[in-house]
Write a protein that binds this ligand. Sequence first.
Ligand SMILES: *[C@@H]1O[C@H](CO)[C@@H](O)[C@H](O)[C@H]1NC(C)=O
Ligand SMILES: *[C@@H]1O[C@H](CO)[C@@H](O)[C@H](O)[C@H]1NC(C)=O
Length: 348
Amino acid sequence: MKSVFYSRFFILLPWVLIVVIIIDIDTRRPSISNRVPTARHYSPYWKHRNGRAALMRPQPSDTSMASGTTNQEQLTSSDNQWAKNNSLPIIYAITPTYSRPVQKAELTRLANTFRQVPRLHWIVVEDSPHPTDLVSRFLSEASVRATHLHVPTPRRYKRSGLPRATEQRNAGLAWLRQKYQPKTSHHLQRSGAQPPVQQEYPAGVVFFADDDNTYSLELFQEMRTTQKVSVWPVGLVGGRRYERPVVENGKVVGWYTGWRADRPFAIDMAGFAVSLQVILSSPKAVFKRRGSQPGMQESDFLKQITTVQELEPKANNCTKVLVWHTRTEKVNLANEPKHPQDTIKIEV
Ligand SMILES: *[C@@H]1O[C@H](CO)[C@@H](O)[C@H](O)[C@H]1NC(C)=O
Ligand SMILES: *[C@@H]1O[C@H](CO)[C@@H](O)[C@H](O)[C@H]1NC(C)=O
């Protein structure tokens, strides 16, 4: 009896392993095309809300990643304020986010800040194979001009010690590159403007706004004048009260940091902004997975688009802290029942 069981077990075992491997390969497949920094891993679908007609963009010819992300453009009451000064450079804040107990609280804090910033466009990128109801609902009511994207982190990258949110930041960059590339050339042709040697893009600034940081409104005034890449101090980071670029005669000459001062750009994700012009004219600049060491995401990215000598110090020659790398305490859910016990279901 026992030997029959074991012989069946050993006959079946290889087949079970093969099935497991096939399933695993299948779930990894999207990540292969993610590595290619092209603008095709999101659906071309976007729509205006609040009375504006829904607009469908043509399907790109390569739809292999079309299911990766959808995006929605939401125009809300702050749109009036947004439109007041059209010559003010747009600030694109790219926020990677993922589902967790504090997610809505964090996004609420951010929305309350961003709502007060003129001409800010929030690009929220969920780490998810589909847009979640929570974030969709949240953004539709947030009164912040927002685009909702999503892209799942491949399973093999979900380990501690590996950089987080790489795919999400790249999806935000890819969305910007798709949004502006074709439209701008069309506009130039129609308006009969001379085709410039280097293509002109609308004035804008791109900034990576993680959902757990705290942002002063003054920070946005500072970054709005970014010509190429601007930098400033970040509070409560790197095991110190603050880190900052060291500035002499208006130029960055080094880094005050508590951790790996040998990094080419020893700066946190919250410590820099890049002009839209630079993002669009260097389409290959993305956050890297391959060959990137822990804590080198910022350096690996900035190396592709600028040099230390070129950096523009903001915040009074990098002497003021206007953003804090705050961390929300891990919530205690020890008394949370396994199965719902309340009579109603509440989104938290
Ligand atoms: C609009 O923004 C531009 C560029 O920053 C600025 O020069 C101009 O004074 C602003 N106009 C108004 C009416 O605020
Ligand atoms: C920064 O330093 C430079 C050179 O010392 C100086 O010209 C400039 O006015 C300073 N900027 C600010 C905002 O203090």
